[in-house]
Design a protein around this ligand. Structure first.
Ligand SMILES: NC(=O)c1ccc[n+]([C@@H]2O[C@H](COP(=O)([O-])OP(=O)(O)OC[C@H]3O[C@@H](n4cnc5c(N)ncnc54)[C@H](O)[C@@H]3O)[C@@H](O)[C@H]2O)c1
Length: 253
């Protein structure tokens, strides 16, 4: 059974959706947790819930658009736990639109949060992992990193670039004992997916999406968390540079 006893895991965007499911799953496997989120109230709620699992967890309230955030997160983690074993770059945003509809501000913000924040977090955390000669980074990309999609150009480009960042970091740091992989989720029932569609109630939106997915439904966040926790763990000790679709077969079509 996968166990993170004595290991410290940082999860960004951990106060909702897939990030919260990953943090919850890591907590169930005894990890020390660093919950990174923007919303103090939601973060406190998440940390209280994780503490009830009997694990030690701390909240770092930070906006990843802020270039100072990664150093703050690293320092709080090292002060509290003394080491960093796992970094999950999960925080992300989706702004819909084609090239003609996407403003330059939205393009820049999408690339900044979905791609550059993972670059900045990795730069801050990698030296600690290299000094330990051990570490695992998992980037939460998307099945839209592997294929194109209509009406989401900035998002698709940011996730494809995050996939390439994953491969490059995997090659650069393999000899240092640091593994870097990515999960490519398909449509997953979270606030992001719900907010992406304006029309219809929640059930009808999910039913429309399910029609295009070979397994016939959208994912639950805990199904994405299962694969993420596996990649982060020593059970995946010979995996690095992998982009793993968890998409009900969508990208196999
Ligand atoms: N839900 C899906 O269908 C789906 C599919 C593929 C990939 N993903 C990816 O999964 C990840 C999690 O998304 P989700 O579906 O759980 O959505 P979500 O909106 O519930 O979660 C995203 C989290 O990122 C945080 N975040 C966004 N900008 C931030 C910033 N500047 N600083 C700090 N935190 C910030 C949000 O506060 C939120 O907690 C994202 O990277 C998303 O692109 C989601």
């Amino acid at each position: 059974m996968i166990n993170f006893e004595g290991k410290t895991c940082i999860v960004t965007g951990a106060t909702s959706g897939i990030g919260l499911a990953i943090a919850t799953k890591l907590a169930s496997r005894r990890a020390n947790l660093v919950v990174v989120g923007r919303n103090e109230a939601r973060g406190q709620e998440a940390v209280a819930r994780l503490s009830r699992e009997g694990v030690k967890s701390v909240l770092v309230t930070a906006d990843l658009a802020d270039a100072a955030a990664p150093a703050l997160i690293r320092e709080r983690t090292l002060e509290t736990f003394g080491r960093i074993d796992v970094l999950i770059n999960n925080a992300g945003i989706l702004i819909n639109g084609s090239v003609l509809e996407c403003s330059e501000v939205d393009w820049d913000r999408t690339l900044d949060i979905n791609l550059s924040s993972a670059f900045r977090m990795s730069r801050a955390i990698l030296p600690t992992m290299i000094a330990q000669r051990a570490g695992s980074i998992v980037n939460i990309a998307s099945d839209w990193a592997l294929m194109g999609a209509k009406n989401a150009t900035a998002y698709c480009v940011s996730k494809a670039a995050l996939a390439q960042l994953t491969r490059c970091m995997a090659l650069d740091f393999a000899a240092d004992g640091v593994r870097v992989n990515a999960i490519c989720p398909g449509d997953t029932d979270t606030p992001m997916l719900d907010q992406a569609f304006k029309d219809g109630d929640h059930a009808s939106k999910m039913a429309v999406l399910a029609a295009g997915i070979p397994l016939g439904r959208v994912a639950r966040a805990d199904e994405i968390a299962n694969a993420t926790v596996f990649l982060a763990s020593d059970e995946a000790s010979f995996m690095t540079g992998a982009l793993i679709p968890v998409d009900g077969g969508t990208s196999a079509q």
